[in-house]
Design a protein around this ligand. Structure first.
Ligand code: SF4
Ligand code: SF4
Length: 349
């Protein structure tokens, strides 16, 4: 066995099902699942089942697992005069490991991007440490995704621990992307017939890795990097986008790379909690100062900020664009604002 093929194992569908079922016996396994109304979202994987991947991305991104809404940061006894009054306690939430099966490359990459601003956040770190990501690279994109515009691709394994490559002929080649993934794959032994992939199969995977999304037809990511976006700051087209937007925040809550939050303290029946909630830069009060001053009080400023953050400020600070091209904001925006059109308009200025 050469070093290249040693991280790959070829299995049939039965062995894949058995492996996932075994993992489900050890820890909680979540996967995309189609609900009664045809809406796909994350749910515990049925024993012996496979992720539902034919109906597109789940409604929610995987950030619900590593950046949950809400996150209890600590609790405390809020009754004065007791030995433990107002001493902080770790949250009691169960901290078990979670396996996510059927993660697409865009969602997996969100972990890499979010780990940049959250590099020193112990809650984020603890949750991502306990998370095992079994990714399924995409064979084709959908009409609203554009991962290869923004530095990703349908064959990207960035953020995955294990990649499950579906091969022509119906079998799968499973790749250990990280050491964590390699440990997860130990459970494949005895799950069914396993083999080494052939040279042709490994070549097929290498070509898949380099593939762009054919139907996207263009790749503005490079141009975005060289565009002077600050020169577009006062462009009239921002007003047109803002006039359409109703500031509902849907795009930011569903976006895997939006990570803004608010912190609130609550007290009930003598128990206090500090909780981190998702917040949205699209909401008027998000930037309101205690003085009452609001630097983004007008809608145009909030709408512009969402795009400038993703394609300028985040890039200046961390390097990559803060978008994985999943297209959730396009599909779910109630007024059909399309981030790809905003990008095209920006590039045309
Ligand atoms: S901005 Fe839109 S396309 Fe980009 S990652 Fe967020 S939801 Fe997905
Ligand atoms: S989902 Fe659409 S309407 Fe709602 S805040 Fe986002 S861009 Fe505006």
């Amino acid at each position: 066995m050469n070093s290249q093929s040693s991280r790959y194992t070829k299995v049939d569908e039965g062995a894949l099902r058995t492996w996932l079922s075994r993992l489900g016996g050890q820890t909680r396994v979540f996967a995309p699942k189609s609900g009664p109304k045809g809406i796909v979202d994350w749910a515990e994987l049925d024993d012996g089942g496979l992720p539902d991947l034919d109906l597109g991305l789940p409604l929610n991104s995987i950030k619900v697992f590593y950046f949950p809404q809400p996150e209890i940061l600590f609790t405390f006894n809020a009754r004065p005069g007791q030995p433990d009054s107002f001493r902080l306690r770790e949250p009691e939430e169960a901290g078990g490991e979670i396996v996510l099966a059927g993660v697409r490359p865009c969602d997996a990459r969100s972990i890499t991007l979010n780990s940049l601003p959250y590099a020193e956040d112990p809650y984020f770190q603890a949750r991502t440490d306990r998370l095992y990501v079994i990714g399924f690279p995409c064979m084709e994109g959908c009409s609203t995704c554009f991962c290869s515009w923004v530095g990703g691709g349908p064959g990207s394994t960035d953020g995955m621990d294990v990649a499950v490559w579906q091969m022509p002929g119906g079998h799968f080649v499973i790749e250990a992307v990280t050491e964590k993934g390699g440990k997860l794959m130990e459970g494949l032994h005895g799950a069914g017939p396993v083999a080494e992939p052939s040279e042709e199969e490994l070549l097929h995977i290498e070509q898949w890795r380099k593939k762009g999304l054919g139907q996207a037809g263009e790749d503005p990511s490079l141009s975005m990097r060289h565009k002077d976006l600050m020169a577009c700051y006062q462009a009239p087209f921002w007003q047109q986008v803002a006039d359409c937007c109703i500031n509902c925040g849907t795009c930011t809550f569903l976006c895997p790379t939006c990570y803004c939050f608010d912190i609130q303290d609550e007290k009930a029946r003598g128990i206090g909690r500090r909780i981190r909630y998702w917040d949205s830069c699209m909401f008027p009060l998000f930037t309101q100062h205690a003085s009452g001053h609001n630097p983004r009080g007008e809608k145009i400023k909030r709408v512009r900020n969402r795009f400038m953050h993703k394609f300028k400020y985040f890039v200046d600070r961390f390097g990559p664009l803060s978008c994985v091209g999943c297209g959730r904001c396009i599909r779910q925006c109630p007024v059909n604002i399309d981030v790809r059109e905003v990008l095209r308009d920006l590039l045309a200025l």
